[in-house]
Design a protein around this ligand. Structure first.
Ligand code: NOJ
Length: 733
């Protein structure tokens, strides 16, 4: 037996070594190929590789460079964005193959939540706390996008945000750096798979580096100002995590960071990302952000903007033309060394090589494959699976939900229940005509629908109330679709007021007065405020914008075919003045709730409407027997265990959450931080013990010198169904 083990061990070691050798051989070959290619490139051709221009449509101010086939065939463009489709990308790639050195183009696009088959907005997906499903969603997006000739998505957005006024919270994973890091990694793995050269994987682009989620006053593109300690502990972790997962590219942010625009910020790009973290991929600017350094008044003109960008480590310029017009001169007059440009070019060529484009520039341009994959059933199934898991049950008085199968008629109120476009949300590549709305899905269920528009979204007025009430009165139950239209959240969609308009809320009040059972569906792209609805409506589901399979997923939850399991990845405030509102606030010298001399508002509670991590189920989960056990495992200080029992009437899933507070530290620390979670499925009556290992990752933080430290002392460990309802135990390290 011993012999067999040692034989197997030798075989394993041999195979590992052989693999490693093959790897270095491949790498050597690649390096040789690229160095050889670069020797043949003129400076102009090198600068061409650093230039990206936009194709058919603009995703930013429309005053920039658009596609020029002639330039492509002269080798003066390295990448295109906003061109997709196997046929269209083939045509452009053919132009690139006319160029002297035949360097292929990379095609990129914002594939943010699904591609032609839409998936829930990223914030909604984050509500699932289901990393497998989130990875699968990115995988599906990659499969469909790569079949349309794309090599690269500008995703995931990993920016942490504590400000629901910022419309781009829709695109991220919410407010928590620990959870945000895991979601970032899942998305990178999903997009990239194990092999970039496979024709169904695409490069990820981690954005927006750095701290774009913290614009002053929640206004998109606004300045960011934060201490390094704050950055390191709350905003930095997801970027680093995405890099650890192997992300191929990064995007610099529009905002300034530490008083310098991120796009020309040497500390961020050269020192931290490429230096300390050893990032080997390339950095692309955001749309026009090299040129925007002039508007930041950080560069006098395009020449200085190009100089600051390339010096800082910005490799590829998206749509503005500062590099194209100035880099050659900067080299010629000795302001910069050509080696700076070579380094950027090399990084881009390496990715083209890894994508397999030098081997076959058309490997992603297969029209037949595109036809077969686009809108295919497995993608729709995965989208529905994700959508069901993204829904959060916020309230369920008198167990109105799930609806009984005996219900014959539903009063369906609100124009959002019939809107395909609004279900797609912002940053959607999906085909709206293929969205199954709530109305259609209910029709497919065979219930009688008594529909009324109820209110007008544009004017925020209740329309034809008598008709609506008549529809309500002739129905067994009322379902009201409320919330935001798709244009209301997303890039440049910051709001000073995130209240759901008064008209919508009044309508709910009027309908509730009839005494019929009422379910409100909150369709939104961000946390919104709806205090009247919250108070009056007996049942509320947050259904976000779920895209292609919105209708069927919502119906499955309404009728209990799927028991909701989502939890809020962002705190929902009660009042706009509470923002930024988040659960991991710090201990202060005058802590909240102590007496009059404490941190508080005199006119508002400081409690959220719904805390981070909150979400109900049709069943009930009881937590008991929270305990700490010693561990003999290397690197594990202890295990925290808790028993969770399904005491309700249905099978269900629960996200068991583990929070930590460092009681006393050398810097001020939050009152609690999520440091673990597990999503478990429990049958009725079943009990499961959930275990959270405590390692450096759970206990440490970045000190003011940006060193990750673990300080011995007391810690409080908390476990519960959300960030507020926790049980705790003390631990001493
Ligand atoms: C601007 C956005 O900030 C960025 O996220 C996006 O990838 C680019 N435009 C390209 O569309």
């Amino acid at each position: 037996m011993k012999r067999l083990i040692s034989f197997l061990f030798c075989v394993a070691v041999f195979m590992l070594c052989a693999g490693a050798e093959r790897e270095t051989k491949n790498q050597k070959e690649m390096n040789r190929f690229i160095e050889n290619l670069m020797k043949q490139m003129t400076l102009e051709e090198k600068i061409g590789q650093l230039s990206q221009c936009s194709g058919e449509f603009a995703t930013g101010p429309d005053n920039h460079r658009i596609s020029r086939t002639e330039e492509i065939s002269q080798g003066l463009i390295g990448s295109m964005l906003n061109v997709s489709g196997a046929e269209k990308t083939r045509q452009m790639q053919e132009a690139a193959m006319q160029s002297r050195l035949k360097i292929p183009l990379i095609f990129g696009q914002d594939v943010i939540h699904g591609f032609r088959t839409g998936f829930p907005i990223p914030l909604a997906e984050a509500a699932s706390f289901d990393l497998k499903a989130i990875e699968q969603s990115a995988r599906c997006a990659a499969i469909e996008a790569s079949a349309a000739g794309l090599h690269w998505t500008f995703a995931p957005m990993v920016d942490i945000s504590w400000d629901a006024r910022w419309g781009r919270v829709l695109e991220g994973a919410g407010e928590d750096p620990y959870y945000g890091s895991l979601v970032a990694q899942a998305r990178v793995r999903g997009f990239q798979g194990n092999d970039l050269s496979a024709n169904n994987t695409i490069m990820a682009c981690v954005k927006h580096f750095a701290a774009y989620g913290a614009p002053a006053a929640g206004k998109d593109y606004n300045s960011v100002d934060m201490s390094m300690g704050h950055f390191a502990n709350f905003y930095m972790p997801p970027y680093q995590a995405a890099l650890e997962a192997g992300a191929a590219t990064f995007m610099s942010a529009f905002n300034d960071f530490n008083n310098q625009p991120s796009t020309g910020n040497s500390f961020l790009l050269r020192h931290l990302l490429k230096g300390e973290w050893g990032f080997k991929g390339f950095v692309v600017s955001d749309w026009g952000s090299v040129q925007e350094m002039i508007s930041h008044r950080y560069a006098r003109d395009e020449r200085e903007a190009a100089l600051k960008g390339i010096t800082a480590g910005l490799d590829m310029e998206m749509v503005s033309e500062c590099y194209r017009h100035n880099l050659a001169q900067l080299v010629a007059d000795g302001t910069i060394d050509e080696e700076l440009i070579d380094d950027a070019v090399r990084r881009i060529l390496v990715k083209k090589y890894e994508l397999g484009l030098f081997e076959d520039p058309f490997r992603y341009c297969d029209v037949e494959r595109e036809k077969k994959i686009t809108h295919s059933q497995p993608l729709r199934d995965a989208s529905r699976h994700m959508a069901e898991r993204s829904i959060v049950l916020l309230k369920n008085e008198q167990n109105i939900l799930p609806l009984s199968p005996n219900i014959k008629s539903v009063a369906l109120i609100g124009p959002l229940s019939k809107s395909q476009k609004d279900m797609c949300g912002a940053w959607s590549c999906a085909d709206p005509s293929r969205v199954i709305t709530l109305y259609e899905a209910m029709q497919q269920r065979g219930v009688t629908i008594n529909y009324s528009e109820g209110y007008d979204l544009e004017s925020d007025k209740i329309v034809d109330l008598p008709h609506t009430l008549a529809q309500v009165n002739r129905s067994d139950v009322v379902v009201i679709a409320m919330g935001e239209e798709a244009w209301e959240s997303g890039e440049m969609r910051s709001k000073a007021d995130i209240n759901i308009p008064a008209g919508q809320q009044q309508l709910v009040e009027e309908i509730v007065k009839t005494g019929k059972p009422v379910v409100v569906l909150m369709m939104c792209g961000r946390p919104v405020i709806f205090n009247t609805i919250r108070e009056k409506a007996p049942a509320i589901l947050c259904t976000w914008w779920l895209s292609s399979e919105a209708g069927p997923a919502i119906c499955n939850v309404l009728w209990g075919d799927y028991n909701p399991s989502g939890k809020l990845p962002m705190t929902f405030p009660q009042h706009i003045g509470q923002i930024p509102l988040y659960y991991q606030y710090k201990s202060t010298g005058r802590p909240a709730g102590q007496d009059v001399w404490c941190t508080k508002y005199i006119d508002q509670s400081d409690q959220p409407a719904y805390p981070f991590g909150y979400g109900l189920s049709y069943t009930r989960f009881d937590y008991s027997n929270l305990r700490i056990e010693k561990s003999s495992e290397e690197g594990v200080y202890a295990n925290v265990l808790v028993d969770v029992t399904n005491t309700g009437r249905y099978d269900g899933e629960e996200v068991v959450q583990f929070y930590v507070r460092d009681e006393y530290a050398s810097i001020t620390r939050p009152v609690k931080e999520l440091r673990g979670f597990e999503k478990i499925a429990l049958k009725r009556g079943e009990t499961r013990t959930v275990k959270f290992p405590v390692t450096d990752k759970q206990l440490g933080f970045y000190d003011n010198q940006m060193n990750y430290v673990v300080e011995p002392g007391d810690f409080t460990f908390m476990v519960g169904p959300n960030s507020q309802e926790v049980q705790s135990v003390l631990f001493t390290l």
